[in-house]
Design a protein around this ligand. Structure first.
Ligand SMILES: *Cc1c(COP(=O)(O)O)cnc(C)c1O
Ligand SMILES: [Zn+2]
Length: 405
């Protein structure tokens, strides 16, 4: 049976595999897929996201990409917990996904639903590289629009996987607009998670996995920290957690800590304004300038769903400066053993700030949404430069003495 979708603004319902936004509310009427209450994960181990097929809007018999998405580890980080002032901290390392980010969960579903059609998306980088990887796995084409400032490692992935890449001389928001126009004119499959409700279902599998893990005896957590750009990731993780709660597999829901960069605060501001149940609309105007390229979004499409998720959970939002993100990137690696890209480290930066401000206590999980290898220049900026020496032992000794002085 075709999936049912509901408008998050007016409540209108739709059916099918090809809906984007609400016909009555227009482009800001974001739809949500309704999971049948009886849907449950399959019994037994992995492989990854496939275990959740009964809970995903995928037609029976559809070809599925082979690369194993999901089953990412939840890594205990006691030294990082102590440094932040938390009782317990675990890192869910989404950088272990096939293309190195959380976005593989969405693209795995997107590539499947594109069913051989040309799939297109605009992306700060990760959604694009994962779409390129997943469509390549199924042998279908992809068209990608990236902003001028997309990090080189993400661009390299796109080209290697064989995507057609348009580097737009502009911001992510301008790349998004251009992509939307091209999709309308050329009839491509729209893989923009911002408006494609099925992709959020792929992303929710992170929440399903996390819900299962936190549902084990003595494994629950008070907070889950997630960085926020367009708002799909945090909404999706909340949906996954809620579904595990509804199935009785997660006894207690955690609170969400939504983290934005101070230079890209659109959803934070809407949250500060107390959310909104009015008609469909764009978020208030905001800047978009941060070292964390994956959360650099001036016009987030899923702002309302993200604000609602945070409010429903009893959680909060927090802004972090670029310097705090760089410090968190170092600490997550040095104290937590996980190498994340700046947008991933932002979740840890948010926890650090929220603990200091007295808003977060107890135990937490930080979602490390992308690998540090995704933004090598960012990592070099945060990590510093090596010591240059000639190939002579004397120079090494001297350099060591200098660094101790
Ligand atoms: C996309 C992304 C996010 C944020 O997800 P949104 O749905 O845009 O809020 C965070 N971190 C990384 C690494 C991402 O690629
Ligand atoms: Zn509507």
């Amino acid at each position: 049976m075709d999936p049912i979708l509901r408008c998050t603004v007016c409540g209108a319902t739709y059916r099918g595999y090809d809906k984007t936004t609400c016909e009555a509310c227009g482009p800001w009427g974001i739809l949500e897929v309704i999971t049948p209450p009886e849907a449950q994960p399959l019994e037994g181990p992995g492989p990854g996201i496939r275990r959740f097929l009964p809970m995903l809007p995928i037609p029976p018999g559809a070809p599925l990409p082979a690369p194993p998405v999901g089953d990412t580890p939840l890594i205990e980080a006691p030294r990082l917990a102590a440094a932040l002032g938390l009782e317990r901290l675990r890192l869910k390392d989404e950088g272990r996904n096939p293309s190195g980010s959380f976005k593989d969960r969405a693209s795995w579903v997107g590539a499947t639903l594109a069913r051989g059609r040309t799939a297109a998306c605009a992306s700060t980088g990760n959604a694009a590289s994962s779409l390129a990887a997943m469509t390549a796995a199924l042998g279908s084409p992809s068209m990608i629009f990236v902003p001028r400032r997309a990090p080189a490692p993400k661009l390299a992935q796109l080209k290697v996987f064989g995507a057609t890449v348009f580097r737009v001389d502009g911001s992510y928001d301008e790349a998004y607009e251009l992509c939307t126009q091209a999709i309308a004119r050329l009839g491509w499959y729209d893989r923009n998670a911002a408006v494609n409700p099925y992709l959020v279902e792929g992303k929710k599998t992170c929440g399903l996995e996390l819900g299962e893990a936190l549902g084990m005896p003595d494994e629950d957590a008070d907070w889950v920290a997630v960085s926020v750009g367009d708002g799909c990731t945090i909404s999706a993780i909340w949906k996954g957690l809620r579904e595990m709660y509804a199935l009785g597999l997660l006894p207690r829901l955690p609170k969400l800590l939504g983290v934005q960069a101070a230079g890209s605060p659109a959803i934070f501001r809407e949250w500060m304004d107390g959310g909104d149940d009015g008609p469909a609309r764009a978020p208030g105007a905001s800047t978009a300038e941060t070292v964390a390229d994956s959360i650099c979004v001036g016009v987030p499409r899923n702002w309302r769903r993200a604000v609602r998720a945070v409010e429903e959970s009893g959680g909060r939002m927090v802004l972090v400066a670029d310097g705090e993100i760089d410090a968190a990137l170092r600490n997550t690696a040095r104290l937590g053993g996980v190498y994340g890209e700046p947008a991933a480290a932002a979740a840890v930066a948010g926890l650090s700030r929220a603990v200091k401000e007295g808003h977060v206590t107890g135990s937490a999980v930080a979602i490390i949404t992308g690998s540090g290898l995704k933004d090598v220049a960012g990592a070099q900026r945060a990590g510093g430069e090596p010591i240059d020496v000639p190939p002579e032992l004397g120079a090494v000794i001297e350099a060591l003495e200098r660094s101790e002085a």
